[in-house]
Design a protein around this ligand. Structure first.
Ligand code: 4AD
Ligand code: MG
Length: 445
């Protein structure tokens, strides 16, 4: 009896008969020899159908198999250094082939397709090699982020998706009708995390978050996944220490677990191998000075224009890229102006125009992958800030109450999963980092 296995386990079965179930990724016709590239979701292997060694009717099926036809193949595993596939280097000599379904003409062929065409066929595009590699790395990133937190005393506490209040900018709210009352899709789980941190000490939430961002960039999605840790008695420095450990761990694990996927993506591994704690830390003031110096020194007028900045301006992506280029690891930028940061951020003592905020900028132009801060824990100040949001205080009553019962210094951050995946995989756009992206002009499929 042949063992029913997945391609990922094939190395353990050299010399034995196995049964594989999957889809034809590609077929090369050499007459009496048919090279069938079979994928089963766990990997890809070359199956060789040889006329002489097979039932005639089955061989006739083998030589007409179309891309994405579903089959069950039984055969003998042998090694062949030249055999393509993932893991690669293995071949299956076909003894038996059962057709499950002959596929219709698959729209996505190995030739080049335009991005709109691919996005319209995302439900089929996810079967391709490159998407396979990205989404597997994404799953590992989630797994390792959570693993690290679970192993370090952080408790997963889920936060709601339908909320009565805004957690971030009110301009990016998705409003829904909650039985006749307005409600919003969560922009963040943070406000609830702040309640949960007082119950459990160190918590995190991980889930989809929603922003009606009217910006069409390589970094923005309308629906993205965010990991948000929140810790009692944590300072900004504690936050940076923890973030660099967490991110260093995740990158190390991706390197360990996904050499094949990173090879498919042609990722420069040396860039990832450099990502170990500690990361550089610079203030917003220092970053602005650096940008002004770069703008002054450059001979390129276009670059000069892009790098233009005054103290008090938020960074655009050319600024973030230029700051990140100072280092080959991610860099923390902290103490941003309070004016353009969120309402809940603690002002710096003696210098209230800046706040105890920190963003982590990824290398290679990937921009902000995490944003966090110390939170205001003073009752009067948080009252005043909430009063300016423009949503009735009633919706924040519970949040304000937290400051009356054992209010303590605390801090947290949010990590944007898709930007992190884009950076680690080395992708030009976040649209490939999530199975079904929601973009400004797209919610299909
Ligand atoms: O900096 P943001 O807006 O921070 C918060 O929402 C905080 N409440 C988090 C917290 O402290 N608990 O978002 C955090 C991260 C950003 O650094 C970015 O990586 C990602 O979320 N992000 C987006 N990713 C994709 N598309 C968008 N539209 C995003 N907006 C933010
Ligand atoms: Mg931010």
């Amino acid at each position: 009896m042949a063992a029913l296995i997945t391609i990922s386990d094939i190395a353990q079965y050299v010399g034995q008969d196995v049964t594989l179930r999957g889809w034809i990724y590609n077929r090369t016709d050499k007459g009496r020899l048919q090279f069938l590239l079979l994928r089963d979701g766990s990997g890809v292997v070359q199956c060789v159908a040889f006329k002489k060694e097979m039932d005639e009717a089955q061989f006739d099926i083998a030589r007409t198999l179309t891309q994405e036809s579903a089959v069950i193949i039984t055969g003998t595993v042998r090694t062949d250094e030249r055999a393509p596939g993932v893991p690669g280097g293995f071949e299956v000599g076909v003894k038996d082939l059962q057709l499950v379904q002959m596929s219709g003409e698959f729209p996505i062929t190995p030739k080049e397709h335009g991005i709109d065409f691919l996005m319209d066929h995302r439900h089929l595009w996810v079967r391709s090699n490159r998407q396979w590699a990205i989404l597997r790395i994404r799953a590992t990133i989630v797994h390792e982020l959570r693993n690290w937190l679970d192993d370090h005393g952080y408790l997963l506490v889920d936060t709601p998706i339908i909320t009565p209040a805004a957690g971030e900018e009110t301009t990016t709210l998705f409003e829904i009708d909650y039985f006749g009352e307005p409600a919003f899709l969560a922009q963040t789980g943070q406000l609830y995390n702040e309640a949960n941190m007082a119950a459990f000490g160190k918590v995190y939430c991980f889930g989809p978050t929603f922003r009606a961002e009217k910006s069409k960039t390589r970094r923005h999605l309308m629906e993205f996944w965010m990991l948000e840790p929140e810790m009692a008695f944590f300072s900004l420095e504690d936050l940076m220490d923890m973030e660099e450990e967490l991110i260093g761990h995740v990158v190390k694990k991706v390197l360990e677990k996904h050499p094949a996927e990173l090879a498919i993506l042609e990722r420069d591994l040396s860039r990832l191998e450099a990502i170990t704690a500690p990361f550089a830390r610079i203030t917003y003031d220092e970053a602005v000075k650096h940008l002004q110096k770069l703008a002054a020194e450059t001979d390129d007028p276009e670059q000069k224009e892009l790098l233009q900045i005054e103290w008090g301006d938020d960074f655009g992506s050319p600024h973030e890229t230029a700051i990140a280029e100072m280092f080959d690891k991610p860099v923390f930028v902290y103490h941003y102006p309070s004016a353009f940061k969120a309402f809940y951020m603690q002002p710096v003592e003696g210098r209230p125009e800046v706040c105890r905020s920190v963003d982590l900028l990824a290398p290679e132009g990937y921009g902000e992958i995490t944003g966090g801060s110390e939170r205001i824990y003073d009752t009067a100040l948080i009252e005043e800030r909430v009063g300016k949001i423009g949503i009735p205080r009633e919706a924040y009553k519970w949040y304000l109450e937290l400051r009356s019962y054992g209010s303590v210094p605390h801090a947290g951050f949010g990590l944007g999963l898709e930007r992190t995946v884009a950076w680690i995989c080395g992708l030009p756009h976040v649209r490939e980092t999530i199975p079904y992206p929601r973009l400004l002009s797209r919610n299909y499929p």
